[in-house]
Design a protein around this ligand. Structure first.
Ligand code: NAI
Ligand code: ISE
Length: 337
């Protein structure tokens, strides 16, 4: 079996990481072409991967010598790029979010269903993280009893340039929106987003932190702290409280150091190291499934439900934190795994 020939669109931070992991670390695939609206970025990655640079994304998607596409462009470009892949009936791994609004994600699911083939995987990599998978196995075995509450924190060191309040939901909290649904296997019933005191560390115009509250259909209450300027480290926390016990996400394993009258362990400073193994597992599974002509993992429907939830969280925040009902549509048979 020949290696899967992959074209990558968007050569920024994660685009470069994904290109290098496909080229040097993962099996059965190679990067054959890359592109970026900033040509210099594409050239740098192409040099590292020894592959071609294409002028524009559509050249990658339409190329018959490219079997599958990885989309790592910035969020607002995802929708059009994924639609173009569907038009050419090409398998596509798209980084989250699938689209910045539910109506964009809805266009994708309509196009995919009309095409008759499931082609899209969304980059919700936390489902591939060992710690979250261990938590899920414990919950699924009933060891903590029925889940009642979920507490999450998503803390970044600093918000990037141009980050808006909407990005806090559509780009950051979107991970927990997908993850907690997967973890407790329950659809969402209502959402709220509260803004309180803003950190002096936050840039002008960004009310940071924010508190997301979700109630599932069976009544599980989920809280997510979204804090982009936490400064001290990249800190991802999750605890599920059940009727008989709790289960918590393990922190990454680092040696415990005692020095200067303090005992402590290192923290990651961003996602690239914190979830490095999850990205590897996620993309290797995508490659293997794509070679077999199948898809698994988070699909366009999951991307759509996440975008729908995000839309309503933003609406709630803009309305001062009102509780909003979701009325989640039924998952079509086409999207059942
Ligand atoms: P970045 O800003 O470093 O890179 C984005 C790149 O895409 C830039 O080089 C930009 O010039 C390029 N680009 C934008 N529109 C394009 C288009 N239409 N065609 C070709 N190139 C285009 O951003 P970063 O951090 O690499 O994020 C990229 C995507 O990956 C985002 O959607 C982000 O939400 C997602 N992401 C996911 C992570 C995860 O944990 N799963 C972690 C970091 C990012
Ligand atoms: C980034 O785009 C990611 O996806 C990271 O996983 C997340 O922690 C970060 O907040 C986002 O900006």
């Amino acid at each position: 079996m020949n290696d899967l020939r992959v074209g990558l669109i968007g050569c920024g931070a994660i685009g470069k990481d994904h290109a290098l992991r496909i080229q040097n670390k993962l099996q059965r695939a190679r990067i054959v072409a890359v592109t970026d609206v900033v040509r210099e970025s594409a050239e740098k990655v192409a040099q590292l991967c020894d592959c071609k640079v294409k002028n524009i994304a559509t050249e990658i998607i339409a190329d018959p010598e490219i079997d599958a596409v990885v989309v790592t462009a910035w969020d607002p470009a995802h929708k059009e790029l994924v639609l173009e892949c569907i038009k050419h009936q090409k398998f596509v791994f798209c980084e989250k979010p699938l689209a910045t609004e539910a109506k964009g994600a809805e266009e994708i699911i309509q196009a995919e269903m009309q095409g008759g083939n499931r082609l899209v995987q969304v980059g919700f990599m936390r489902r591939y993280d060992k710690g979250y998978r261990q938590m899920k196995a414990i919950i699924d075995k009933g060891e903590i009893g029925a889940p009642l509450l979920v507490h999450c924190a998503h803390r970044n060191v600093a918000s990037g340039k141009g980050v808006t309040e909407d990005f806090m939901i559509t780009q950051t909290c979107i991970h927990e929106i997908d993850l907690t649904k997967w973890l407790v296997e329950d659809d969402y019933d209502s959402v709220r987003c509260l803004v309180g005191r803003t950190s002096k560390e936050a840039p002008e115009g960004l009310r940071d932190p924010q508190m997301v509250l979700i109630r599932t259909k069976s009544g599980i209450c989920i809280d997510v702290e979204v804090f982009l300027n936490a400064r001290f480290g990249y800190d991802i926390q999750c605890q599920v409280v059940g009727e008989k016990g709790t289960v918590s996400l393990p922190d990454p394993s680092y040696p415990s150091v005692r020095t200067g009258a303090i005992k402590g362990t290192q923290l990651c400073t961003d996602w690239s190291i914190r979830f490095i193994e999850a990205y590897d597992v996620e993309l290797q599974e995508w490659i293997d499934n794509t070679i077999q002509g199948t898809t698994a993992g988070p699909n366009s429907w999951d991307g759509y439900i996440a975008a729908l939830t995000a839309d309503l969280l933003i609406k709630s925040r803009d309305e001062g934190g009102t509780e909003i009902k979701l009325n989640t549509p039924e998952r079509p048979v086409f999207y059942q795994n």
